[in-house]
Ligand binder design. Structure first.
Ligand SMILES: [Cu+2]
Length: 460
């Protein structure tokens, strides 16, 4: 079996469209691999039923081959290296060169055959989260199938029955294998027009994943249950997460799946959206309401839609403030309001480099060039056109531009604000704030009317 790196959409399409002989069709499909963290251009289907492909943030779609009307995919479970953001690479487990694995895109009614090769040091199995399929294809190791031993390849085969957004992940040594990054997205597109699934101009997807990687190391601690220190979109942290680049007026869909062990309220600035689908299927129109944040609970998928009508660089992030941070200690005392002045001089006699932080908040850290261990990201990082962004983790930008071409997913750079539309410093006079002072009581009667018990207005 050949592993092959590719460098973009053209190579992907070529791999999927390659005509193959009968002998070749009897063999395993090629295992296409990709170790680049860039967002691959959407994979236009070279054959089979037509659909509008998704954009996987910092990811890609797995090419397939058609074999007698069956879409054949080849997933390889294996150790991978994933750059979380420039400056930090994690040693994870994933599929086909990456964590998360490639997105699988099919069409409602497609017959799908997935070969899964296990190159991990332990057994695995793949569960196709949310799918209607024969019980023996559900991928629960030990329950619905034997585990896939290291070095072996198993075959899953079923019909993609209902359209929607799904996930895949191991159901074998789950705690370890998911903590190590084994997961991927699955999108089943509707066959033709669907009353509850809109045609959109941009269709983004990503998974929420969390890791606990000690500063200076590269392998996650797999026994952590709650105190993770790296909160990711598709195993990337800000500023390593790609922006969602759209044209003003585009109808946009964002599909988010959560395979962490806590919930994530995903918040979009500048727009209202509706939740149009879950992993259970499309939401009936009468059951949709407007939101600006949607809580994506553990093991859930939420699909939101809106018209991107407001130009700008709009934050899109998890609203748990600890999840827009990178590795940090959680046992640090709050120092706001503590005057260190005397202490610093004393400490510097012993430790010349001693410095304190936090007595005015922690924003100083966003702009600080502190020495940190190798292969570690600062707690908050990223620069914008106005300075440090003081963000990390689950944070990116929705970039809406009038002149973004249809189908162009490239980053348009920073938004140029029209003159007079940016919050600015007030440079005029600053009169003393007029505060209402408590007036001296004019009479000796009590200032508040005291009602007698049982005496209610409007009741007789
Ligand atoms: Cu979160």
């Amino acid at each position: 079996m050949q592993r092959r790196a590719f460098f973009g959409g053209a190579a992907l399409t070529a791999a999927a469209a390659a005509s193959v002989s009968k002998v070749a069709l009897a063999a395993l499909p090629e295992a296409v691999s990709n170790d680049k963290p860039d967002t691959a251009p959407p994979l236009q289907p070279p054959n089979g039923r037509p659909y509008n492909p998704v954009v996987t943030l910092n990811g890609w779609t797995l090419p397939w081959r058609m074999n007698n009307g069956v879409k054949e995919f080849h997933l390889v479970a294996e150790p991978v290296e994933r750059e979380l953001a420039p400056g930090m690479t994690a040693r994870l487990w994933g599929y086909n060169g990456q964590s998360p694995g490639p997105t699988i895109e099919v069409v409602e009614g497609d017959r799908v055959r997935i070969f899964v090769t296990n190159r991990l040091p332990e057994h695995t199995a793949v569960h196709w989260h949310g799918q209607r399929l024969p019980n023996g294809m559900d991928g629960v190791g030990g329950i619905t199938q034997p585990q896939i031993p290291p070095g072996k390849t198993f075959v899953y085969e079923f019909e993609a029955k209902r359209p929607g957004t799904f996930m895949y992940h191991p159901h074998a040594d789950e705690m370890v294998q998911m903590a190590m990054g084994m997961m991927g997205l699955w999108v089943t597109h509707p066959k033709g027009a669907h009353p509850l699934i809109a045609r959109v101009d941009r269709d983004f997807c990503f998974l929420l994943a969390a890791y606990d990687i000690d500063p200076g190391s590269a392998t996650p601690r797999v026994n952590t249950m709650l105190d993770f220190n790296l909160w990711t979109f598709n195993t990337r942290v800000f500023p390593g997460i790609a922006s969602l680049n759209v044209r003003q007026g585009d109808k946009v869909r964002i599909r988010v799946g959560n395979l962490t062990m806590t919930n994530h309220p995903i918040h979009v600035h500048g727009h209202e959206f509706t939740v149009t689908g879950t992993d259970g299927g499309p939401v009936p129109t009468s059951a949709r309401w407007p939101e600006v944040s949607v809580d994506v609970a553990v093991g859930q998928m939420r699909q939101m839609e809106f018209v991107a009508d407001a130009e700008g660089d709009w934050a899109l992030h998890c609203h748990k403030s600890h999840h827009t941070m990178n590795a940090m200690g959680h046992a640090v005392p709050t120092m706001i309001g503590v005057d260190h002045a005397g202490l610093v001089k004393k400490m510097q006699k012993i430790v010349p480099d001693y410095m304190v932080m936090g007595e005015r908040g922690m924003a100083d850290m966003g702009d600080m060039e502190m020495p940190i261990p190798d292969n570690t990201l600062p707690m908050m990082t990223g620069r914008g056109p106005f300075g440090p962004a003081e963000m990390g983790g689950m944070f990116t930008l929705l970039k809406v531009r009038r002149d973004q071409k249809p189908g162009d997913h490239s980053d348009p750079g920073w938004y140029r604000h029209p003159p007079g539309t940016v919050a600015r410093e007030w440079t005029g006079e600053l009169p003393a704030p007029a505060r209402a002072s408590a007036p001296a009581p004019k009479t000796k009667s009590p200032p508040l009317e005291v009602r007698k018990p049982g005496g209610h207005d409007g009741h007789h």
